[in-house]
Design a protein around this ligand. Structure first.
Ligand SMILES: C[S@@+](CC[C@H](N)C(=O)[O-])C[C@H]1O[C@@H](n2cnc3c(N)ncnc32)[C@H](O)[C@@H]1O
Length: 188
């Protein structure tokens, strides 16, 4: 069996370089989204989405592929039961997502789509999804009326644009606008 493709790096909060998580928290506040279920792609060591959304009474399910970021999550929730109750971060490769393990979501972030696809990701041996299939899977996991957000300054944005263009033609979604660096769709 091949090893899991994980991220050998970590990401601290650099709002000037990568403001997507901060912009996401601002968007949620602006929409007055409360008591909802969020899926977030890419925690960073800072976990600002999980922390802020726990305080806003939303529940966040988040993936990290970084051992350091996952350790930071363990340290965080060890010290804070309120965050532990409302924020679940797990270690994994999003391309290996098994939909049977996930609930449905009201809001999904696909901020790092097309950034971490490895040469072997979609091989039979590894068993991973393509970026288009990741997006389809999370669209299926989004509730009717729920939101799917993209980050327009992502490293994978050029590739993502092509994936999104095909997706919006066939998926039951509509573009509802932009918020700062984010592009927002809603499931019909
Ligand atoms: C550049 S960091 C950005 C973190 C955070 N969203 C921010 O903007 O501050 C990229 C994130 O993607 C996650 N990541 C990298 N490869 C991944 C993969 N294959 N599956 C899931 N997450 C992955 C990393 O763990 C990290 O949290």
């Amino acid at each position: 069996m091949p090893k899991m493709n994980y991220w050998t790096d970590k990401w601290d909060l650099h709002e000037d370089v990568c403001p997507c998580d901060v912009h996401f928290n601002q968007w949620v506040a602006k929409q007055k989204i409360k008591n909802k279920q969020i899926y977030h792609f890419g925690s960073g060591t800072h976990h600002v989405v999980g922390i802020k959304q726990a305080a806003q009474k939303n529940r966040t399910f988040c993936i990290t592929a970084s051992k350091e970021e996952y350790q930071a999550y363990i340290d965080l929730v060890t010290e804070n039961s309120g965050v532990a109750k409302n924020y679940l971060c797990y270690f994994g490769d999003i391309y290996l997502t098994n939909p049977a393990l996930l609930p449905d979501f009201d809001v999904v972030t696909m901020f790092h789509l097309c950034e971490f696809f490895f040469p072997n990701t979609a091989s039979k041996e590894y068993g991973g999804l393509t970026d288009a299939k990741v997006l389809d899977l999370f669209t299926a996991k989004t509730k009717k009326g729920g939101y799917i957000l993209f980050y327009t300054r992502s490293m994978g944005w050029e590739k993502s644009k092509a994936v999104i263009a095909k997706w919006e033609k066939k998926a039951k979604v509509k573009k509802v606008g932009e918020f700062k660096t984010l592009l927002v769709y809603q499931k019909k």
